[in-house]
Ligand binder design. Sequence first.
Ligand code: PDD
Length: 285
Amino acid sequence: MCRTTYVNGRYLPHRNAMVHVEDRGYQFADGVYEVCEVRGGRLVDERRHLARLKRSLDELRIRMPMSFAALGIVLREVVARNRIGYGIVYLQVTRGVARRDHAFPVPEVPPSVVVTARALNQARNEALAAKGIAVVSVADNRWGRVDIKTIGLLPNVLARQAALDQGARDAWFVNRDGAVTEGASTNAWIVTAAGTVVTRPADHAILRGITRTVLFDVIKTQGLHLEERAFTLAEAYAAREAFVTAASQIVLPVVRIDGRVIGEGKPGPVATALRREFHRYAEAG
Ligand code: PDD
C-alpha cells in the first residue's frame, strides 16, 4: 500500500513528502512533535496530546498552525488514508522556512506541519510486553527544558543506540544526583519492595507523558499507593518491579537494568495489571 503523508496543507505519497532545506526544524531542531497511539483506527488521548502540543509551541513562541479541530481532522485523515488499525500517528510543527539565522524569522513565516502514520505489529508488541525488556543507564546530559517535547533529540538518539549496542531495548537517563529522570523515549517507573509505585514528578527534567498522566487514574482505581518522587538507580536495582510508559508502548515491563535482574526477572503483577487496564481509562476519539 502506498503511504500518504500530510505536508503543509497537502496529502502526498510518502516518497514525495518533503520540506525545504531551510526549514528551521532541519537546521536548528526548532520545532515540536507529538506521537499518538492509534487503536481500532481511533486516536487515543488526542485531546491531551494536542493540549501538550499547544503548551510546547507556547514555550517556544511558535504559533499554533491551525485550530485544535482542524489539526484533529488532519490527524484522522492521515490515519484513515493509511488504513491504520493499530499503530501511531506522528505530528511535527516547526517554526517554518526562512534564510538561516538563529533569531526568529522577521517577518514571521508560517509554521511547517507534517503528519505521518505507521502501522505497528500488535502481536510483536504484546510478545515484548509478555517477556519484558532490558534497559541500561546513561548520563543525563540533556538541556534543562526537556518538559518541552522538542524535536531536538540527539541525546535520546545516542542513548537509545547505546542501549541497542549493549543488547538492551531502552536507556534510562540518570542525573548528577544519581536519580533516574526518564527513558530515552519513555517515562520510568519502579514498584518498591513495599509495593509503592514510584515515578519522578513532572518538573523540567522530564516530559510529562500522557500515558503517565492516564496511568495515575489507573493506579488509583487499582488501589495502589503512588509516590511522585525522584528515585535513584540503586533503588531501581533493588525494586520489585520496573516499567516504562509511552504512547507507542503503553506499559512495558523492565526485567533487567544494567544487566541486573529486577524482581523475579519477569513482568510483575503491577505492570501487567496496569497495562491490561490502561485503555479503559484512556480517551478513544
Ligand atoms: N516518546 N519521555 C520522553 C523523553 C519521550 O520521548 C516520551 C514519548 C515519553 C512518554 O510520553 P507519552 O506517554 O506522552 O508518549 C516520555 C514518544 C512516544 C516518541 O518520541 O516516540
